[in-house]
Write a protein that binds this ligand. Structure first.
Ligand SMILES: [Zn+2]
Length: 271
């Protein structure tokens, strides 16, 4: 089955991972900007990172027949440096016309601090001013519920935000309901053991249905598995879900959501 991974950090993966993804049916992926594992020192570091995301990674992906799309921002973990964050936000428009850029992301909260909220809102302002879609990171573990609540309150308090153009990622059982109820798209991030497993994601699909819901692997520097979406496909097949429903979650939904960006020039392999 073809699939799209809507949230995977390929800069932290090897070319072998691209090959494996392609063999398993991955035909497109989207890579939000994220933390490098260390705080970057200057705006120039981000300029280089955005060049990597818009110049180098699309070429690496194309060698395996995978279309590469990306999102730009400064990650919440670096938002405590408000001055640097503002320099990065001011620089982002230089890249918004690049052909694989879908929007602003992954913005959000990490420890739910005041500075993080300030920089989150300034990213939202940028997205609105530039008519960009938004991809959102919600905090992990004990900070998730409160952080997701804060993010939803900030977004729902601004009538200019078009909720059908916002994807809220890393939802879990206690946050998926409010995200979908408010009209946003929701992404379940699959991890092999901790956090959301393929089994838990399948449970959420059974409870909430397939509308506005997708699944991703995160595939980052930490313990994660770039082929987690195929694991979910397998889990859903084991449970007897229809192929059409599985295909909606792992292939049709990401395409439908991304199609709201003028740069999503995806060509289906079976078109
Ligand atoms: Zn991420």
């Amino acid at each position: 089955m073809y699939f799209v991974d809507p949230h995977i950090h390929m800069v932290s993966r090897t070319t072998d991972d691209y090959e494996t993804l392609a063999k398993m049916g991955c035909v497109a992926l989207s890579e939000p900007a994220f933390w490098a594992g260390f705080d970057r020192g200057s705006v120039e570091s981000f300029r280089d990172y955005f060049r990597q995301l818009t110049e180098f990674e699309p070429k690496r992906a194309a060698q395996y027949g995978i279309q590469h799309f990306t999102w730009l921002c400064i990650n919440a973990k670096e938002a405590e440096n408000v001055a640097l964050s503002r320099e990065v936000i001011a620089m982002i428009p230089e890249f918004l016309d690049r052909p694989n850029v879908l929007g602003i992301g992954e913005i959000g909260l990490n420890k739910n601090t005041r500075n993080e909220a300030t920089i989150f809102l300034e990213h939202v302002e940028l997205a609105i001013a530039q008519h960009q879609q938004i991809l959102i990171h919600t905090p992990h573990l004990e900070d998730k519920f409160q952080g997701t609540r804060m993010i939803l309150d900030m977004l729902c308090g601004d009538s200019r935000v078009q909720r059908h153009r916002v994807l809220v990622d890393h939802v879990e059982e206690h946050t998926i309901g409010p995200v979908l109820d408010a009209g946003f798209w929701a992404g379940m991030t699959l991890y092999p053991v901790t956090k959301c497993t393929p089994g838990r994601a399948a449970d959420m699909i059974e409870r909430y249905g397939c509308e506005r819901l997708m699944a991703n692997s995160a595939g980052d520097w930490g313990p994660s598995k770039p082929t987690a979406v195929p694991d979910l496909i397998l889990e859903l097949r084991r449970r007897g879900h229809k192929e059409s429903a599985i295909r909606q979650v792992v292939y049709e939904n990401p395409r439908k959501f991304f199609s709201q960006s003028k740069h999503f020039n995806f060509v289906a392999p079976d078109a």
